[in-house]
Write a protein that binds this ligand. Sequence first.
Ligand SMILES: Cc1cc2nc3c(=O)[nH]c(=O)nc-3n(C[C@H](O)[C@H](O)[C@H](O)COP(=O)(O)OP(=O)(O)OC[C@H]3O[C@@H](n4cnc5c(N)ncnc54)[C@H](O)[C@@H]3O)c2cc1C
Length: 475
Amino acid sequence: MNPLRVTVIGAGVSGLAAAHRLLELSKEKDIHLELNILDAGSKPGGTLSTVEKNGFVMEEGPDCFITEKPAGLELCKKLGLDDQLIKTNQTLKQSFILKNNRLHPIPEGFYLLAPSRVWPLMTTSLLSPLGKLRAAFEPFIRRRRDPQDESVGAFVRRRMGKEVLDGLAQPLIGGVFNADPDDLSLSACMPRFKEMEMKYGSLLKAMAARKLKSQAQVSGARYSLFVSFKKGMQTLGEKLASQIPMESMWLQSHVDSLNPTDKGTWEVSANGRTQETDAVILAIQPVKIHSLIGHLDPEWSKLLLGIPAHDSATLNLGFRRVDVNHPLDGFGFVVPSKEKKLVVGCTFASQKFEGRAPEGNVLLRAFLGQEGVDLFKAQGESSLVEKVLEELKPILNLRDRPLVHHLASYASSMSYFRPGHLSQALRLEQKASEIKGLYLAGNGLRGVGIPDCIAAGQNAAEKIFQNLLKKEIAQ
Ligand SMILES: Cc1cc2nc3c(=O)[nH]c(=O)nc-3n(C[C@H](O)[C@H](O)[C@H](O)COP(=O)(O)OP(=O)(O)OC[C@H]3O[C@@H](n4cnc5c(N)ncnc54)[C@H](O)[C@@H]3O)c2cc1C
């Protein structure tokens, strides 16, 4: 039997998880696999990237992943990375929201869009008396039965009122999806909240029930909701890459064309070299897939461009502890867009996870959206750093400049899901399944979180073997 030739485009966590699963399956099924994984960058892992400077352990991209979705933890266990996992600081559980250059605690029990407790919401300094009254009225708002998707913004405005959206939900969601809630699909980004409305008719009632249930379920050893690695998130990318034979990994190989052949195979070109392959896994964002296969037909083009992605950047800042005159008594803060800042959020990185800053120092990490990246492109790194420091100075009472800083920026790396996304993603998957040897993974279809990307990569690998099996049965 000829070897099965598979090419994975993109060696971020999606592509690496796909490659890892392909290797597992080829071993399990005793099928000779000829694997190539191509990435434009100089190291595997994509946005999973950690840099160490002067003893500060700085995350360029994600700083943790959620344990509620099983794919992340399961893969770590399989890779023997359990003992490298660290949980968030269990003594500091609060985070803040910026309002008029002051940090206000997020009301206890408020989770992304809704509160599980009424009293903290009624006593918060983030809402006016009228805003609180409107939020308290939530259980009396009739459920929406229209099956059409709705934006996250419209949902929160409808159920909790405009003040909760602008002052609480928008900055919290913006910090996760790097997008405007009015341009985000409720069904794709926050399906649980839609289910809560359908089941309980009220988010307040649903969140209270959920809280009771989770209290009843707490028993034995549990992972914290978010985890990272002792040496940073790059650990996961490095470990996955170490499982892939060296001859299969092609770095600094930007794929610039991908074309089907008359034989039902694909031709992949990078660095002036063309390879023929039986199957391709596209583990990159839809906007980047568009530049490779958008020309194949107008529907591909429309569907792929319908899942946009914003640029983002992170600026790590290492300070002497005495130069930050703030208790830093939480994991960080998020910034509502009405505050008109470049900084979308700021993590107190060395408070959130142990081992991120040397003794006597602290590490802060500012998260920047499209506006920050635009300023960086127009005026350069030093202008951006100065502007961020100017914004942070009055908020955190900075007394001096940082000892070190490190900027990382990513072009179109955060896909986001517009209203109607699920049917669009389904159609994309259907279309791919009709084309021999074409498989989609990456953060543009089912979720942007690391466990979602791992699951998407593994799923693409499994589909290849399922199709191979179907072909064998048919022969
Ligand atoms: C700043 C930031 C913070 C985040 N924080 C979190 C977090 O805390 N927790 C969480 O769960 N998620 C977080 N996310 C989201 C999550 O990190 C990403 O969705 C996920 O890592 C994407 O993985 P990926 O492999 O799909 O894509 P990527 O990591 O973007 O990897 C894609 C790879 O493809 C390569 N590539 C692109 N085009 C080509 C081409 N034509 N040819 C060859 N190679 C190509 C790129 O070089 C890249 O290495 C964050 C994302 C960012 C940007």
